[in-house]
Ligand binder design. Structure first.
Ligand code: AMP
Ligand code: GLY
Length: 457
């Protein structure tokens, strides 16, 4: 039976999800809206007229192109109630409701959820008054992170501070930007290595996916501000069966129980950003979608038929499924649109913290050896002659796979060397681990491969 699905996204993560469908299910055709017009895979059909900010465009498409279900994996779409609208029109949808997506879009709601349902998280307070927030950062006996909802000029809405003076400045910056709408969460700064945890939920139960380590800082050496992520490793280098157990017990089981208790209509991927602290796992954020660029490193490992897993989500029996994965390490590196001329003070500074010039011709994609690395398209368009050009901040993700971390990294960078566009910028140290590993050994990694990561009881 030939199957048809629609994926709503337009990022490297979206491409990795479409690839997961077609790679694991030879019968499926994926419509991908808005997708990426530059991609030319026969069973991934981009639908540019579908807009992330307007579910009516998807409804128009579905009226003439019926599919079995729609997978909404983009937070911009989820946050405006895309999944709710499509469901209200009778479509089968995988993707959390607008109310459930607030766990990500409202920092305070995410924190309240953690506290009420027993997920360990950093101490915090929420403020509508900048003066009170400024006072608070001087009173608490620890360093602070100042957070607000949505994106900020400095990245993804969180300013990690060391001193009270820095935190005070962060509060003032948000106050200047937000005026009367000022609202921040100030929380205790945690220390340790972050871990990105993923699961596919059916509303009642979950199937854990492999973990990842995201490189969120914009510059080499983990310097610069937080951005959407410059690259990732999967599985997470600290993973072990014991850590998987702990993730389930401390994070995913309480999360699932909390969603049920609040009757939040949640199916689809959840992404818990956590920190491995000296006191154990702590939640940093709950996101209502897969991580980007973690998806590019995690999903290519999956061997299970993903259309069938989606069927199980819709039938609410994901708890009975197993996830088969390979036991390779993957290292994905984001190629971003940086400055066109670093020596020109008037040139656009580039992504993530400044203007950038899109439309730059991309060369070398055909030279990439698919046996060594996979390329996912994030912001790639076509020029009038049909050639690929850059079209946004993160342009491409290059994913090297290997038996070891070193091999995966080397493969990724060896293939990146073949690709170029004017202003291309990437971190040369994705996969370099600055903090000591807590328990990663080749044996632990092998155990974390097929199928142990996802099938522990
Ligand atoms: P968020 O805005 O909550 O998504 O946080 C963005 C990033 O800021 C996280 O991925 C962390 O890298 C960092 N961060 C957020 N909260 C904390 C915290 N309490 N301690 C240390 N780093 C944090
Ligand atoms: N890689 C971080 C995120 O998807 O938010």
């Amino acid at each position: 039976m030939n199957r048809r699905v629609l994926v709503v996204d337009g990022t490297g993560r979206g491409h990795a999800i479409c690839d997961l469908f077609v790679r694991t299910d030879p019968t499926v055709t994926v419509y991908y809206g808005p997708g990426c017009a530059a991609s030319d895979e026969p069973r991934i059909v981009s639908v540019p007229q579908i807009r992330l900010d307007d579910p009516a465009t998807a409804l128009d498409f579905l009226a003439v192109n019926p599919v079995e279900f729609v997978f909404v994996s983009n937070i911009d779409a989820l946050s405006i109630g895309y999944a709710d609208d499509l469901r209200a029109h009778g479509h089968q949808v995988i993707g959390p409701s607008r109310a459930a997506a607030k766990l990500e879009t409202s920092k305070e709601q995410g924190k309240v959820f953690c506290v009420e349902h027993g997920l360990p998280t950093a101490r915090y307070a929420a403020f509508n008054d900048p003066e009170a927030a400024r006072k608070y950062v001087h009173e608490v006996p620890y360093s602070c992170v100042v957070k607000t909802d949505g994106l900020t000029p400095d990245g993804d809405g969180a300013i990690v501070c060391t001193t009270p003076a820095e935190a005070e400045r962060a509060v003032s910056r948000f106050a200047d930007a937000q005026g009367d709408d000022f609202h921040v969460v100030v929380e205790e700064r945690l220390y340790g290595r972050e871990i990105s945890v993923f699961a596919l939920l059916d509303g009642e139960d979950y199937l854990m996916f492999p973990t990842a380590l995201d490189f969120k800082r914009t510059l080499e050496g983990d310097a610069g501000g937080n951005c959407d992520g410059m690259g990732s490793l999967a599985p997470h280098p600290d993973i072990s069966p014991a850590l998987v157990e702990e993730v389930r017990r401390v994070l995913l089981d309480p999360l699932m129980a909390g969603l049920r208790a609040e009757q939040l209509d949640y199916n689809g991927f959840v992404y818990v950003g956590a920190m491995l602290t000296a006191d154990g796992l702590r939640v940093i954020e709950i996101n209502a979608r897969f991580g980007d660029s973690e998806a590019e490193a995690v999903l290519p490992a999956v061997r299970s038929d993903f259309t069938r897993l989606c069927d199980a989500v819709l039938a609410r029996n994901i708890g009975q499924q197993q996830l088969l994965t390979d036991d390779l390490v993957r290292c994905t590196v984001a190629l971003t649109q940086g400055s066109l001329d670093p020596l020109d003070p008037d040139a656009a500074p580039g992504w993530p913290f400044g203007r950038f010039e899109t439309g730059q011709p991309i060369s070398g994609l055909a030279e990439v050896d698919p046996a060594l690395a996979r390329v996912f398209y994030a912001n790639v368009a076509q020029d009038a002659q049909g050639r690929p050009v850059s079209n946004g901040g993160r342009v491409l993700h290059v994913v090297g796979a290997g038996a070891t971390l070193d091999e995966a990294r080397a493969r990724s960078y060896s293939q990146i060397a073949k690709v170029s566009f004017p202003g291309m910028r990437y971190r040369a140290d994705i996969g370099v681990l600055r903090q000591p590993l807590t328990g990663w050994t080749p044996q632990a990694l092998a155990e974390a491969g097929t199928p142990a990561v996802a099938t522990l009881p």
